[in-house]
Design a protein around this ligand. Structure first.
Ligand SMILES: [Zn+2]
Length: 145
């Protein structure tokens, strides 16, 4: 393999990385848009409570609170999904403690959490665990009388 082949290989890898980071930027901008929507909903809740308080009936705010809360929950779920996509692109996953670790990590370096399943990322080759054949030593038959 010549120098130029290696150069080309490196360039295409760099192109892949560039594509990845464009996608990550795109997803991140979606996330920040959703975060803004969440803030809007918080403001709406505040306004509803404020208006209800003015009219001495806080229960009047309930429908608005419920509606905004549902939207916040939905938005948060969407953000979670987007963040997961980003981690997939980056070959990362997050631990229960919030630490982001490489996809093939088995134990969290931060909290020691054990990852049960390592998501099979294209590598279908599983190390075949064949139990070693136990030497047939019949122990019970040779008991002297
Ligand atoms: Zn952890």
């Amino acid at each position: 393999m010549g120098f130029f082949d290696k150069l080309k290989e490196g360039a295409s890898k760099a192109a892949d990385k560039a594509k990845e980071s464009v996608e990550v930027v795109r997803l991140n901008s979606q996330i920040s848009a959703k975060r803004k929507d969440i803030e809007k909903n918080y403001i709406q809740i505040g306004e509803a409570v404020f208006q209800a308080n003015l009219s001495n009936d806080l229960t009047a705010a309930e429908p608005a609170i419920t509606k905004s809360s549902e939207q916040i929950v939905a938005l948060q779920q969407e953000i979670d999904e987007l963040e997961e996509k980003i981690m997939e692109i980056k070959d990362e996953k997050d631990c229960v403690c919030g630490k982001v670790v490489p996809i093939d990590t088995k134990f969290c370096p931060s909290c020691g959490h054990k990852f049960e399943e390592v998501p099979a990322a294209e590598s279908t080759e599983e190390p075949e665990v064949v139990p070693a054949p136990t030497p047939t030593s019949s122990s019970s038959s040779e008991t002297p009388q």
